[in-house]
Design a protein around this ligand. Sequence first.
Ligand code: CA
Length: 580
Amino acid sequence: MKRPNILLITSDQQHFSTLGCLNPELKTPALDRLARQGTLFERAYCPNPTCTPTRASMITGKYPSQHGGYALGTKLPENEPTLGEYLRGAGYRAALVGKAHFQQLLWDDRFPSLESYPIMQDLEFWQRFHGPFYGFDHVELARNHTYEAHAGQHYAIWMEENGCANWRDYFRPPTGTSPVTRHKWPIPERFHYDKWIADKSCELLRRFKRSGEPFFLWPSFFDPHPPYLVPEPWDTMYDPEALTVPCVTPGEHDNNPIHFQMTQQKNPDFSPWQEPGGNGMHGFHSHLHERRDMAKNIAVYYAMITLMDKYIGQILTSLDELGLRENTLVVFTTDHGHFYGHHGLIGKGAFHYEDLVKIPFIVSWPGRVPEGGRSAALQSLVDLPQTFLSACELPIPRDMTGVNQWDVWLGRAQPARDHVIVENHHQPTTIHAKTYVDERYKITVYCNRPYGEIFDLERDPGEIRNLWNDPQSAGLKAELMRRLLCAEIRKEEPLTDETARWPQKSRDMYIKTLRDDRYEVTVDPTRNVVGFYDLAGDPQRRRNLWDAAQHAPARAEMVRKLLFARMEREPIWMPRVSGA
Ligand SMILES: [Ca+2]
């Protein structure tokens, strides 16, 4: 059989529920059709709720703690092997159109970035440069969300070629002259980046069709990421008064970590979280907002999605018309979710509710992937490279640490995962979280912090009752801590090839045994062995006390210490040199 093409379409920061087929308040006819032609996975997650870490996972098949692009303002090391390279080695063409964000916004001589000033606006450079870039042999790039000043690269060239000589007028200083504006973006729709992405993607599809080469094409949309701006007539498409506005449940943050509570204050002081080498802190500010304002923002957020849906529809139509559909695996997803009032929050940050970490996820390949399907099988974006390679019947590199979901996508296997992990390393020590989610429960820990979250997603799907400090949930907490630690250990990549390691990565980050002045805990999840020894009374480690009830609190504490010791050793190969 001929190897399939892969068409990966993504948005940026899209709440999992914002598909017309799930939420009648907005319209996404093209994505609804895609869902009917394939399977909608209702429990898909990102490995990190920000751009760079998660996007780097999508092309490396490794977690952010492993591939190097651990936070916004860092970059994926150029020597990390990528999906595009593996596919190109098998004769594929690999192209990316739209948002990459594999690199930071600020040039640093020690850590050069093509996605930074001033090179992003050196249009002569971008006239000549189309790759290779992280495994893509052809890229068409831009870096701005709506009217942000970071416009440039291939998008600016396209605007000029299409008669928009004054393109800078539509963007913020210092690039252009646009004043601060809300909701209505004065740019005509014909110069909007959605159209650019669709035009370029369709052009590439025609080129691939002519050459007959198999392809991996990633149209990567920028919306509905704020600023909430959309051109006419889309800005008035939805009536704010007719929309549901999510809001905080009174008292819900009382049992949450302090940074949740502070978001509901007028002028919170988050300076204790600010560290050298940390840079900007997303979400660590007041989230208080007016309900009416939020309603209008939601109306525009939905309009951004509906506008994007129109251009996604054009790409899918082009695929049909070129006769490529029957041999193309199509996946639609986003890089992470978004708060628009849920839990009293807006935007994103270290708040790992489902609203932020769960994502829309549609897989379609007529005749192969079940049509009209709905699946609760856990998915993670870190699984994409393995699964794509498997779909192409190519070998999966040993150092990829996601899970091959191919048989699950085909509807012929039980779930491939019993959990997912979400990482967040936004500050060196003060914001370093891990979340473990399984079928029923979710636990979030913060490295070396006493607080955390535990939610029972079955009994409390709204995540209102944090069980972290609930005395009756002490056993559950110890068990979830163990599961999180074992999941962390199981996702280790084999460090067999010393030469392939990037700087500072060491075996130390994979410790499995920890001793303090009294106890020792040791974990080997591959053999299902866990040990807990009281060294004071049993220095020879003859009696394994793992199941001894009276030692449960000490055991839980040692498991937590071991987990934190591993997290502390995660390498930071470069500082966060910019906020994004
Ligand atoms: Ca993003």
